[in-house]
Design a protein around this ligand. Structure first.
Ligand code: NAD
Length: 526
């Protein structure tokens, strides 16, 4: 029967949780994270290992290698060979692999999310969101056949011009710690779907999710060498920037690393897309729906312990909205700080002791520069997790633009609050800030929202929406200091980044149509 035929052609996937566990994390002692080269999870021969600690406990859960020079070269060798074959595969074949990959990710999202909680600290529900927002990019890749279509025009008698996009060859992805599934999934699925091979370097702080995704990719039919994973930090990054066989680099992370990678990659003739730091402002107009707005702002400021590049870390209260601060403090106080697997937890730990110290220092700088500390989350201790890197929701008001806590990206659960008499003043403040990643306005006035949307110089604008990360039919469009390069992640722009256009003009005439002599003038079509 038709149904029977369908069942027999459906691929039986063999992945299960224990297999995923072996790749990145084993209970009962630190596992050594492997390289993934030429379709094999292989032990690194390095002598340099980076300790990966559970941020809620300080337990060393795995050791991440600084992959050796030989291993970095081996990954590129494998990617180079694989790219030659993979670029000849059809769009339909690659689309089908993406369909299987999205199915497998959905099946295993809870296990990946658990690993994210252990390595990165965010809550389980939030970690599932991390996987899900990446999964959506794989779903975009499932529409590859229509998205990769080129153009065609008959330009003269018997003459046609058409264009299509070809893969670049070997590309690379360098990832930050804060979205260990979503951001690798911004990169490798589209790179692979467009016919490239890719060398990925996850954050040395939480490579587990990508290791699991690699295993799912292999199971979905990504051939050996098309996806490779190497590990490390600066040396590994510099190798990627300098290796001539790597044609393009996708980077997401901090300003320091991003500027370095953009400059060094460009100097070596590579295409680089780099998403950098942020300082996202929420503007509250007094006509906003108070309850919904305060809940949205508290969620977006303190969710993921403020470690989202689209977190609302700065609040601008316009006019009478400044009276709402006590209510905001009350809401923030209700948020529970704790271990990410505890279903009651709203705010997990921050990534490291160093990060916690940096956050605490920036809060203190606000106090010393004359701001008011309305809610102090420093010194929060979680029962059973006393060693964790916890910082509770923190609110600083009366902040001025010249204070360090306003100028620096804090990247923790800290909301700095400023006031403005008018929306125009708020717009001016935001447009003067060097970053332009995201912003949100809360209002019931369509006219104010429209004016804000058009006058604000920020890449992603939310109107009564706190974290306006676009779905992948659009692209992630941070601007100004939050981005280097002119091609965005995912969406149409993401496909363009991993491909180059080729334009063909062809003439097919009958054999009798030969010219009597050579024409030396520039061909023109009239
Ligand atoms: P990070 O820059 O420290 O690390 C990112 C990657 O760069 C890692 O793989 C790391 O090994 C490497 N790296 C770090 N320092 C380096 C150096 N000096 N030279 C070369 N490579 C280096 O960033 P992070 O702390 O992992 O992530 C947080 C940052 O990422 C925040 O600034 C956040 O705003 C930003 N971010 C931006 C976006 C966005 O889309 N704009 C999204 C997520 C995160």
């Amino acid at each position: 029967s038709l149904l029977g035929a369908r069942t027999t052609t459906r691929k039986a996937f063999s992945i299960n949780y224990p297999i995923l566990q072996q790749v990145a994390y084993q209970s009962g002692g630190p596992a050594k994270v492997k390289n993934y080269i030429d379709g094999e999870f292989v032990d690194s021969k390095t002598t340099k290992w980076i300790e990966l600690r559970n941020p809620a406990t300080q337990e060393v859960i795995s050791l991440v290698p600084e992959s050796t020079d030989e291993e970095l070269v081996a990954a590129t060798d494998s990617a180079e060979i694989a790219a030659k074959e993979w670029s000849k595969s059809t769009v339909i074949q690659r689309q089908r692999v993406m369909m299987d990959l999205q199915y497998l990710i959905r099946q295993h999202q809870d296990r990946i999310a658990e690993n994210i909680v252990e390595e990165q600290g965010k809550t389980f529900v939030d970690a599932k969101g991390d996987v899900f927002r990446g999964l959506q990019v794989v779903e975009q890749a499932c529409a590859l056949t229509t998205m990769l279509m080129g153009n065609h025009l008959t330009v003269a008698k018997d003459m046609e011009t058409y264009n299509y996009r070809e893969p670049l060859g070997v590309v690379a992805g360098i990832c930050p710690f804060n979205f260990p599934a979503m951001i690798p999934l911004w990169m490798f699925p589209l790179a692979i779907a467009t016919g490239n091979s890719i060398v990925m370097k996850p954050s040395e702080k939480d490579p587990g999710a990508l290791m699991m995704l690699a295993q799912l990719a292999a199971e979905a039919g990504v051939p050996k060498g098309v996806l490779n994973i190497i590990h490390g930090s600066v040396d590994c990054v510099n190798y990627i920037c300098d290796e001539p066989r790597i044609k393009a680099i996708s980077f997401v992370g901090s300003d320091v690393a991003g500027k370095h990678i953009y400059t060094r990659g460009n100097a070596n003739g590579k295409r680089v897309q780099a998403n950098l730091g942020a300082k996202n402002h929420a503007v509250i107009l007094p006509d906003a729906n108070k309850q919904a707005t305060l809940n949205a702002v508290a969620g977006a400021a303190f969710g993921a312990a403020g470690q989202r590049c689209m977190a609302l870390s700065t609040l601008v209260l316009v006019g009478e909205a400044k009276e709402w601060l006590p209510d905001l403090v009350e809401r923030a106080q209700q948020l529970k700080v704790g271990y990410g697997m505890d279903p009651e937890t709203d705010v997990g730990p921050v990534i490291s002791v160093q990060s916690k110290d940096r956050i605490n220092r920036l809060v203190q700088s606000g106090v010393e520069e004359g701001a008011d500390l309305l809610l102090d989350g420093r010194g929060v201790v979680v029962k059973g997790y006393e060693k964790g890197n916890f910082v509770g929701p923190t609110i600083i008001s009366n902040v001025k633009p010249d204070m360090e806590c306003y100028r620096e990206e804090i990247f923790g659960p800290v909301l700095v609050c400023l006031t403005a008499d008018t929306m125009d003043e708020a717009i001016e403040l935001i447009n003067k800030n060097p970053y332009g990643n995201g912003t949100a306005i809360f209002t019931n006035s369509g006219a104010s929202a429209r004016k804000f949307e058009h006058e604000i110089d920020v890449g992603q604008v939310g109107i009564n929406v706190p974290i306006p990360v676009p779905v992948p039919s659009f692209s992630f469009t941070g601007s100004r200091g939050s981005i280097l390069g002119d091609m965005n992640f995912y969406g149409k722009s993401g496909l363009d980044f991993y491909t180059k256009p080729k334009t063909v003009t062809s003439l097919w005439k009958g054999t009798d149509a030969s010219h009597s002599r050579a024409s030396v003038s520039m061909p023109t079509i009239r």
